[in-house]
Write a protein that binds this ligand. Structure first.
Ligand SMILES: *[C@@H]1O[C@H](CO)[C@@H](O)[C@H](O)[C@H]1NC(C)=O
Ligand SMILES: *[C@@H]1O[C@H](CO)[C@@H](O)[C@H](O)[C@H]1NC(C)=O
Ligand SMILES: *[C@@H]1O[C@H](CO)[C@@H](O)[C@H](O)[C@H]1NC(C)=O
Ligand SMILES: *[C@@H]1O[C@H](CO)[C@@H](O)[C@H](O)[C@H]1NC(C)=O
Ligand SMILES: *[C@@H]1O[C@H](CO)[C@@H](O)[C@H](O)[C@H]1NC(C)=O
Ligand SMILES: *[C@@H]1O[C@H](CO)[C@@H](O)[C@H](O)[C@H]1NC(C)=O
Ligand SMILES: *[C@@H]1O[C@H](CO)[C@@H](O)[C@H](O)[C@H]1NC(C)=O
Length: 358
């Protein structure tokens, strides 16, 4: 029997009262898979129904009865035995536990003792519960300004709405550099020319179904590679550019760089790499005359593949007052003055070289 003929028969049954197509509320009814569902009717309470017929529409077989009541007799087809309950005073149908096959169009027709027929149709949507909400990023690693990062949040479940958060604030695309697109079971955020701060997060994604059940992803964050930048080198004791340093003195050079991941720091002396000298400090102790010259620190980021050198520090090591930095006037003025102002006999600076105690 097709839907049209079935309704025609129902119409013919309605005598005197006219048929109302609103025995059921409008809009789909949602239920989670495995749960019970109740189709509420808009019938007045405590009516006496002579007949109530609940049916499900299927494309292959037309309307299939689920449960019908005629007078005191209730008839349940085998397929629905033990799964449906009817409330004869208001026509409500309870059904469950629901299976995926229960998804579909339902209809009811009820005739009361005044021979007034009420009919209604309603869609039932059986939802797969929300689960497995996961954020995946592509690519897995990103370079600042060069990369477009796509975060894809996927989930299992039916009729999902996704939302994103960045820390505690909603993450909404600006439609320019950051845009959001949605599929049925995923939502993705695309960030072009990503910067180092953007994905520190924690970024979260949540999927909510029509029954307002929500599941959140694990917090996500990602380090965007950048640098090296601001590569700086300092010496202790401080030495002016091209200054003089006494033979036998000690010097510690320190190097720093802003970089993610942290930069590998290496050292160069007069343009040549100092073998085995890596890390943020270079300790030069008991400086010999050949150790003067130009020192450089070189910072390399293995992810951005950029290498940046710090401005060089250069100095001359000279036979002078140990531990003192020598910069000043004529050598003659130095004679007789040593550490602590004590008289001191030393060989002084190189001939003609202006020296003094700094
Ligand atoms: C569904 O309803 C039946 C009958 O009232 C009940 O026995 C069963 O426990 C209910 N199942 C769930 C999942 O609520
Ligand atoms: C039918 O529904 C009414 C109103 O919700 C309720 O009071 C009554 O107990 C129900 N009857 C049965 C048999 O469940
Ligand atoms: C990143 O982009 C800049 C400017 O477009 C380019 O010079 C640089 O080579 C790129 N770096 C990498 C690692 O692709
Ligand atoms: C996100 O992931 C889902 C599931 O893996 C996939 O079907 C979808 O195409 C992805 N979306 C984007 C924009 O990559
Ligand atoms: C997330 O929040 C941080 C801090 O407010 C911000 O710097 C960053 O740009 C935000 N990320 C995105 C993708 O909007
Ligand atoms: C990501 O979050 C973890 C846990 O909160 C934290 O330890 C880690 O430093 C974060 N990584 C980045 C790149 O912010
Ligand atoms: C240089 O350092 C060494 C050991 O690190 C120390 O023994 C020496 O006294 C220092 N020399 C000067 C001039 O401070």
């Amino acid at each position: 029997m097709d839907l049209l003929r079935f309704e025609t028969i129902l119409l013919l049954l309605s005598v005197g009262g006219g048929s109302a197509q609103d025995a059921l509320p409008h809009g789909p009814l949602y239920v989670e898979l495995g749960q019970n569902v109740t189709f509420k009717t808009q019938a007045d309470l405590e009516k006496s129904f002579i007949t109530i017929v609940w049916s499900k529409h299927s494309d292959e077989e037309g309307l299939q009865p689920i449960i019908s009541l005629a007078g005191a007799t209730v008839n349940v087809p085998e397929a629905y035995e033990g799964r449906v309950w009817l409330n004869r005073t208001n026509g409500r149908l309870k059904m469950g536990p629901t299976t995926a096959a229960d998804d579909g169009e339902y209809s009811v027709s009820m005739v009361d003792d005044k021979a007034v027929t009420q009919t209604g149709e309603r869609e039932l949507r059986v939802l797969v519960p929300v689960s497995s909400v996961l954020i995946a990023s592509s690519p897995l690693e990103a370079l600042e300004t060069n990369s477009t990062v796509v975060l894809n949040c996927s989930a299992l479940g039916s009729f999902l709405d996704f939302s994103w958060t960045n820390g505690t604030t909603p993450l909404l695309g600006d439609g320019k550099r950051t845009s959001i697109s949605n599929g049925e079971q995923w939502s993705s955020v695309t960030i072009r020319e990503v910067n180092r701060w953007e994905l520190r997060g924690p970024i979260g994604c949540s999927a909510t179904n029509k029954l307002e059940k929500t599941m959140n992803s694990a917090p996500f964050n990602m380090s965007v590679h950048y640098g090296p930048e601001a590569v700086k080198m300092t010496s202790l004791p401080a030495v002016a550019a091209g200054g003089f340093v006494g033979r036998g003195s000690n010097m510690t050079l320190s190097c720093s760089a802003a970089s993610a991941p942290p930069a590998a720091l290496s050292w160069l002396h007069n343009g040549k790499a100092l073998p085995g000298k890596t890390g943020p400090t270079l300790v030069l102790s008991d400086l010999g005359l050949t150790q003067g010259g130009t020192y450089k620190c070189s910072a390399h980021n293995a992810k951005t593949l950029r290498t940046v050198d710090a401005p060089a520090v250069s100095f001359t090591v000279m036979e002078a007052i140990s531990g003192a930095q020598v910069t000043g006037p004529a050598a003659g003025q130095l004679a007789g003055r040593g550490r602590g102002g004590q008289p001191d006999v030393r060989r002084g600076g190189r001939r003609g070289c202006p020296v003094g105690v700094a």
